[in-house]
Design a protein around this ligand. Sequence first.
Ligand SMILES: C[S@@+](CC[C@H](N)C(=O)[O-])C[C@H]1O[C@@H](n2cnc3c(N)ncnc32)[C@H](O)[C@@H]1O
Length: 383
Amino acid sequence: MLRNQRQRRRVEGWLTRVFDALAFPVATVSLLHNPKIHKSYRMTWRRKIALARRLRRTTRAVETGTSARVHLAMAARILEIPPDVEGVIVEAGSWKGGTTANLSLIADLAGRDLIVYDSFEGLPEPAEGDRWASPLGQGAFHGGLDEVKANVAAHGAIERCEFRKGWFSDTLGDHTEPIVAMFLDVDHQASIHQCLLGLWPHLWDRGYTFVDEYLRLDYCALFFSERYWRTYFDRPPPGLMGAGTGIPLGQVYVGPHRRLGPLERATGVAWTRKDFYGAWDYFPDDVPSVPLAGGPGEPDGVAGWTTTTVTTDERTSWLMAAAIKDDPEIRERLAAMLRSSDAGRDAVAAALGRDVEPADAGAGGEDPPSGGADPADPDADRA
Ligand SMILES: C[S@@+](CC[C@H](N)C(=O)[O-])C[C@H]1O[C@@H](n2cnc3c(N)ncnc32)[C@H](O)[C@@H]1O
């Protein structure tokens, strides 16, 4: 069965690569054929294609949680902002720095600086009430500051970057610079809450916020939650374009606009299901009195409501595999723990794409997974 799984994954990987290779030129034309790109950036087609090729080269060289198509979509928006609007670009959550490198290239074209916030130690320990934080995921997506800097130096414009190391709860409160665009890719509810609290007030009135967690309905709900925006920002919710599982963000429809770009079609549909759960429920200052199935304090999963196509169990397996892959110490600890149960062995085997021996059959930790499916990136376009 494992062999079948491996073969299936190999074929799926190949199909994804073919699709990406064919879709990228289409996305480039579609996204960069944008009359709103500001003239002063002198983005001729030659420069647009050079940018697209560099962005793609980076994502092929450095493992990233978001695709070059998404980076192109961000570039198209950022290059619309008139150069006389003061402001930096911010990235919160850089992992290995591949997306950082690409954002720095976009920043360079726009003549702006890029400020990068990250622990550079991976995900933090779970905050109470955070449904997407798991103790097993602590330390996952670890990219050390030196590794990130090296990747940006090799593939981006490091002279445009300032790196601010630390937990968001310690660093973001000191942010002062006006922001024209920010990219938040931080996984935990508490982390995105801290990013919004620290950064949103500095965002230019027409500035962009890009969010990686768009596949999760509750994160989408955050941007539509009247209660959240009234409580923390005294304003109506801003909404979220391209939100929701199944919509290929940045590929076929970037709207809102009246004139569609070439190959751009607003012909997708959105859908939901009666048992889905799409309410933002992380209000750290307020514990709701009525617990909801799958809501605050209740793990989702078999008995709870489903918020994404990924169950908590699956996600935990991937996070464990990512931690095993990234950190030798965590690898040693988790692998020993996991190999002592059938379920643990199955989870690791599925993520690594090969058999895993019981704990007493061998000493030490598992080897990191090699190539192929990225356990930290179960969904094609995101981490
Ligand atoms: C999924 S990774 C980012 C992936 C990256 N944007 C990419 O495209 O490759 C999430 C990142 O958020 C950082 N992070 C999450 N919560 C944080 C917090 N509270 N403080 C500091 N860093 C945090 C982690 O260290 C990690 O680098």
